[in-house]
Design a protein around this ligand. Structure first.
Ligand code: ZN
Ligand code: ZN
Length: 349
């Protein structure tokens, strides 16, 4: 398996690793299976059950179709290979599976984000898959805009947008669609409700298509009819924060620096206190992956990473605005993957 040498170089004391995070299993084997463990070693084995025995034929390594628990199957294989010291993914392996390995005498060490770091830099093929997933989202949104009518509920709008995502080529949704109107917009991760959308409100749509296991992620906030001067001021401030931060994207800058740039713009308009989450995140097989554009990330960004830029302002009892695009970091800067215009779209009332 292509990455075993680099794993061994990073963890010379370990003879293998139990991979439990589905996105990492897909990255390493080319097979997406939520019900499996991968024993990653010089002779890797995917342990799954009979439901996947036909589908697993596409896997690039040995497959063990096992009747018992996956961890027991992985432990059997590890013993057969004479492995004693194994890495584990502490963020996804269950405590029960950890105890099973421990009781069987394996020496276990956490490997942290080793595999997640590998996925942060996309290959050209991966970039094209994510670009294709984003193109589906852009097409669906263009088809969706004329469907927005006053009096529709947030749930009805969600249903329409999701249908269009599938009609435009999505294999699945990348995550649960957010539709948040009026004061609901102040909740960054609002769940669509029975609330009808009304004139004078902002409506925020955050959604994404998954195509071939790769995700896309975009947000647009639109105005239903005429909105107030204060709402327009907030929108334009978020847009300026978005555009300024995106223009600064380049390999070598840290997530912390880019996040700071957006915050500084909002500070100018006395709105920074309402920007309550980090600026962006990596997107790939997982909708949220490395690298993060956050004050916590001091690592330089790398060419080939795909990140979102999504500043927002959330004012309780009033409104919310978020604008989100995805971009791939290129040698000297970035390539914007999102085609939909960022200027405030006004839906006729
Ligand atoms: Zn989003
Ligand atoms: Zn996002």
């Amino acid at each position: 398996m292509k990455t075993f040498e680099s794993f061994h170089a990073a963890f010379p004391d370990l003879q293998g690793c139990v991979i439990s995070h589905p996105a990492d299993i897909f990255y390493l084997t080319g097979f997406f299976c939520p019900d499996a463990l991968l024993l990653f070693s010089a002779d890797p084995v995917l342990v799954t059950d009979s439901r996947y025995s036909v589908a697993a034929k596409q896997v690039s390594c040995r497959v063990k179709v096992f009747g018992g628990s996956y961890i027991t199957g992985a432990a059997e294989e590890a013993k057969a290979q004479g492995l004693k010291a194994l890495g584990v993914q502490e963020n996804s392996l269950t405590a029960g599976d950890y105890l099973t390995l421990s009781e069987q005498g394996f020496a276990l060490s956490p490997v942290g984000g080793f595999f997640t770091h590998l996925r942060a830099r996309k290959t050209k093929e991966e970039v094209e898959k994510i670009r294709a997933a984003q193109a589906v989202s852009d097409r669906a949104f263009q088809a969706f805009l004329p469907c927005i009518k006053p009096g529709m509920t947030e749930k009805q709008l969600r249903n329409k947008l999701e249908t269009l995502l599938f009609d435009c080529g999505a294999d699945a949704l990348a995550f649960e669609t957010i539709v948040a109107s009026g004061s609901n917009g102040a909740k960054p991760h609002a769940v669509p409700s029975e609330k009808p959308v009304q004139a004078g409100e902002f409506i925020t749509f955050d959604f994404g298509a998954r195509v071939g296991q790769y995700d896309s992620d975009m947000t647009r906030t639109v105005a239903l009819g005429d909105v107030s001067a204060e709402q327009t001021r907030i929108y334009n401030a978020v847009l300026e924060a978005h555009e300024t931060a995106m223009a600064a994207l380049a390999p070598g800058k840290t997530g912390k620096e880019i996040d700071r740039i957006a915050r500084d713009v909002l500070e100018k308009y006395d709105l920074a206190q309402y920007f309550t989450h980090s600026l962006g995140h990596g997107v790939g097989i997982d909708i949220h992956e490395e690298p993060n554009l956050s004050f916590r990330n001091d690592r330089p960004l790398e060419e080939g990473s795909i990140v979102t830029i999504e500043p927002g302002v959330y004012i309780e009892g009033f409104c919310g605005v978020r604008i989100e695009n995805m971009a791939v970091l290129t040698r000297n800067g970035y390539d914007d993957l999102t085609a939909t215009d960022k200027k405030l779209i006004k839906i006729p009332y």
